[in-house]
Design a binder for this molecule. Structure first.
Ligand SMILES: Cc1cc2nc3c(=O)[nH]c(=O)nc-3n(C[C@H](O)[C@H](O)[C@H](O)COP(=O)(O)O)c2cc1C
Length: 210
């Protein structure tokens, strides 16, 4: 039996210059604010045993990378390729909850492609993807840059960082709020999911009753 009282969320991210790290912190804060949630913020720079062990222990993993040349940064891709050993180990992360976020210099900047990459990574692991579930903001005459989900992304959280300022200034608070909301949703959904039936038990039961 699993412990229903605590949900573990890991935020596994890469950030070369610190902007995406700010977004990762906001995701972590959002998850942490949900009662009964333990959060680990994990930079994927070092692929050591401590990293794999933390990820193995997590109920949910939120993947995050800056968008470089229209896809996840090379630093994140090294990590993603490293997870192939997990996949080969009998899909060790199967049925964990997954979500994702990305940050880049342009408003669009081809960030969607990065999120699609993160979804693909989760799908290869048999993980269960959770999107942002927020209406698109900043999309009407009454809208504002301050709107939640101002970049109108549903697959995951997007942020934009002006290229000439440091992570103390970018991404702006509006995008950090959106990231925070993703973290909150992941924690809530994971909690509800863990309260539900163990998927293997359901499958075994259905096989017996068929
Ligand atoms: C090699 C490289 C490629 C980049 N490619 C893109 C891109 O395709 N689209 C975009 O909008 N911004 C692009 N950027 C800008 C970064 O996404 C942006 O500076 C981001 O805030 C960096 O995040 P980090 O500080 O977490 O590394 C690129 C930056 C670098 C260094």
């Amino acid at each position: 039996m699993f412990d229903e009282t605590q949900v573990r969320v890991a935020v596994a991210f890469h950030s070369a210059y610190g902007h995406t790290a700010r977004q990762a912190e906001a995701v972590a804060d959002g998850a942490r604010a949900v009662e009964g949630t333990t959060v680990e913020l994990l930079a994927v720079d070092e692929l050591d045993d401590a990293l794999w062990s933390s990820l193995d222990d997590a109920d949910a993993i939120v993947f995050g990378a800056p968008t470089y040349m229209g896809s996840p940064s090379a630093g994140f891709k090294i990590f993603a390729e490293g997870t192939s050993a997990v996949l080969k180990d009998n899909l060790r992360w199967k049925d964990k909850v997954a979500a994702g976020f990305t940050n880049s210099g342009c408003m669009s900047g081809d960030k969607l492609n990065t999120l699609v990459d993160l979804v693909m990574l989760a799908a290869q692991h048999g993980m269960i993807w959770v999107g942002l579930a927020q209406p698109g903001g900043w999309s009407s005459s009454g809208g504002s840059v301050e709107d939640l989900n101002r970049l109108g992304s549903w697959l995951g959280a997007m942020a934009q960082s002006d290229s000439d300022v440091g992570p103390d200034i970018a991404p702006p608070a509006t995008d950090l709020r959106t990231a925070n909301e993703l973290g909150r949703r992941v924690a809530i959904v994971t909690r509800a999911y863990r309260r539900g039936a163990d998927l293997e038990q359901v499958a075994a039961h259905q096989a017996v009753s068929a």
